[in-house]
Every structure is written in structure tokens, then in C-alpha cells.
Design a protein around this ligand. Structure first.
Ligand code: BV8
Ligand code: ZN
Length: 275
């Protein structure tokens, strides 16, 4: 098996020539914005791992605890900003678009930081912290209110010994149309990805001529198979991570380091072409 190249000048030229770039991002791209990743130490809230609470069963069993978890994550994200990696990707999209070329972000993240940095073409594979879905009428709404509802104000403290008095479901976020109980519009473990989102992501994966896969441990399916799928078409894929992952050997390029450094560097020839 050939080892991935770490030849940055070579990759910069590839990126400057590409017509249809797909950026696949995971929690690692937001780590330097201060948002904990899942697998690092930050992956815990109180005595729970995200994977314990990000399930339909957890919501059914205790919607109050589940909403405290998501309320906490919303408030954390509202206090954070995109970093240089998000910004370089948004800038590259704008420059390429002027030249009739595409750059699409397909993200596993639900923090909305790509959009805050100015990215327009963003496919949110796993939904968004700032969208709700009614469990009764299925209406999906954008909601960036802080707090999302009065009963959750000052709730959601992450400390292990935080006292979780249960909030009655009537006081949890309710639907403005049918007053049904709202849930976060995110894809939980064991839930299928939204078909239209999956189709859109696949269309981009099948047509791109370059792929950057940034800050993902590639353990969650089906997202974990996207970059290897592109590489198997013979399209150059570059992985950006602080450590190698189970798929690093599948890719043509691997740039070790913090994405806020390596990602802007990899895209800079797109900007210099423009000047
Ligand atoms: C489904 C929204 C099918 C919610 C998320 C056994 C084997 C294989 C699969 C399964 C299995 N058991 C269950 C499954 C399926 C399951 C799955 O894959 N489980 C995993 C845990 C094994 N998948 C699902 O359930 C999916 N649905 O398969 O449905 C189905 C079919 C028929 C009928 C019914 C169902 C749904 C998965 C979506 C779950 N929702 N998020 C929420 O967030 O609350 S997943 C969530 O976790 C994220 O969205 C993301 O996808 C994942 C976290 O992964 P990463 O983003 O990669 O983050 P991580 O912390 O892991 O890694 C960070 C990386 O960044 C690291 O590599 C680190 O080195 C790097 N890094 C850190 N700092 C930096 C950096 N890199 C660069 N610079 C830095 N500064
Ligand atoms: Zn409703």
C-alpha cells in the first residue's frame, strides 16, 4: 500500500486547479473554536457520553435530561466563533464560485460554524443544534433563542454532581403550531439520515474532483465511508487531522497538524490565483 503524501505544494496546486471540491468535516474542525470533540475528554457531559444521550431511547426515557444536554451544547456553541479553517473554506467557496467552480461542505457537525464563517453550500448530514422538529406534526423550525425555553434557563450544567430536577414535559420546548413536544432536529444514533440530505451528499461525492476530509475520527457510519468512497473513484483525497485514522492509508494525502493551520495553507493557491 502506498503511504499518503504530505507534499503540501503539490496539493495546493491540485486545489487551485479543481472544479468541484467537497469538504467533509467532523468535530475536529471545531475543536480550536473551543467546542469539545466526541472522542476527546470533552466527549462527556455529567456522567454521560454523547452517544448515551444522542438516541431516540434516551429522549423517550427522559426528554428533560436530553433537552438539558442539547440546551447546554447550544449555549456553548452560541458563545464560540468559527476558526481559520472554517473561514478559509468559506473564502475559497466564494472565490471559486466567481470562476464557475464549486466548493461544497458536507459536515457531520451540528454546530453551524461553517455557516457562521460564511459558507453557503453546507450539507448538514446530522442536522443542527439550532433546528427543532415537532414530535407530533414533524414541523422543522430554525431556533437560535437563548435559552430555547424559560424552563431551560441556567439549566444543563455539565458538572457530574449537577442536580437534575426533571422539567415537566409541558415546560420543555413546544411546537408553536400544534403544541407538540419538540425534539432537536438532529440524527441520533440508530436513526437513519434524512434521505434528501443523503442523496444530496452522494451527488456531491460522485461528482467532485477533489476531497478534503477534516477533523473526523471516521468511526460513525455512514459518514465514515464517504471519503474512502471518493478515493475509490481515483479522486484525490486529503485528510487533515492531528492523528491518523483507520482510513488514512486509503487517501493520497495526509496533513498532520491542527486544521486551523493546515487547511488555510492547503487552500492558499486558490486565493493567490485570484489576485
Ligand atoms: C445509522 C448528531 C442506520 C447527534 C451524530 C457498529 C458498527 C458500525 C456502525 C454501527 C454499529 N453500531 C451502530 C452503528 C451505526 C451508528 C454508528 O456508526 N455508530 C458508531 C458509534 C459505531 N450510526 C448510526 O446510528 C447512524 N445511523 O447508521 O442508521 C439505520 C439503518 C436502518 C434503520 C435504522 C438505522 C447515525 C449516526 C449519526 C449520529 N449522530 N451527531 C449529536 O451530535 O448529538 S454523530 C456525531 O458523532 C457527530 O455528528 C459525528 O458524526 C460523530 C463524531 O465523530 P467526529 O465528528 O469524527 O468527531 P470525533 O470526536 O469522533 O473525532 C474528532 C477528530 O478530530 C479526531 O480524529 C481528532 O483526532 C481530530 N481532531 C481533534 N482536534 C483537531 C482534530 N483534527 C484537526 N485539527 C484539530 N485541532
Ligand atoms: Zn407540531
Amino acid at each position: 500500500m502506498q503511504r499518503p503524501s504530505s507534499n503540501m505544494p503539490e496539493f495546493q496546486l491540485l486545489a487551485a486547479k479543481s472544479k468541484y471540491i467537497v469538504v467533509l468535516s467532523g468535530a475536529g474542525i471545531s475543536a480550536e473554536s473551543g467546542i469539545p470533540t466526541f472522542r476527546g475528554a470533552g466527549g462527556y457531559w455529567r456522567t454521560y457520553q454523547a452517544t448515551d444521550l444522542a438516541t431516540p431511547e434516551a429522549f423517550k426515557r427522559d426528554p428533560s435530561l436530553c433537552w438539558e444536554f442539547y440546551h447546554y451544547r447550544r449555549e456553548v456553541v452560541l458563545s464560540k466563533k468559527p476558526n481559520a479553517a472554517h473561514e478559509a473554506i468559506a473564502k475559497a467557496e466564494a472565490v471559486l464560485e466567481k470562476q464557475g467552480r464549486k466548493l461544497i461542505v458536507v459536515t457531520q457537525n451540528i454546530d453551524g460554524l461553517h455557516q457562521s464563517a460564511g459558507s453557503k453550500n453546507v450539507v448538514e448530514l446530522h442536522g443542527s443544534l439550532f433546528k427543532t422538529r415537532c414530535t407530533k406534526c414533524q414541523a422543522v423550525e430554525v431556533d437560535r433563542n437563548s435559552p430555547i425555553c424559560e424552563a431551560l434557563r441556567d439549566r444543563g450544567a455539565p458538572d457530574v454532581d449537577a442536580v437534575a430536577t426533571r422539567i415537566p414535559t409541558e415546560q420543555l420546548p413546544r411546537c408553536s403550531k400544534c403544541s407538540g413536544l419538540l425534539r432537536p432536529h438532529v440524527v441520533w444514533f440508530g436513526e437513519q439520515l434524512y434521505p434528501d440530505v443523503l442523496n444530496e451528499a452522494n451527488r456531491h461525492l460522485e461528482n467532485c474532483d477533489l476531497c478534503l476530509v477534516i477533523g473526523t475520527s471516521s468511526v460513525v457510519y455512514p459518514a465514515a465511508m464517504f471519503a474512502p468512497q471518493v478515493a475509490s473513484r481515483g479522486v484525490p483525497v486529503a485528510e487533515f487531522n492531528i492523528e491518523s485514522t483507520p482510513h488514512t492509508m486509503d487517501f493520497g494525502y495526509y496533513f498532520e497538524g491542527s486544521s486551523s493551520q493546515t487547511v488555510p495553507q492547503s487552500l492558499e493557491k486558490i486565493f493567490s490565483e485570484q489576485e
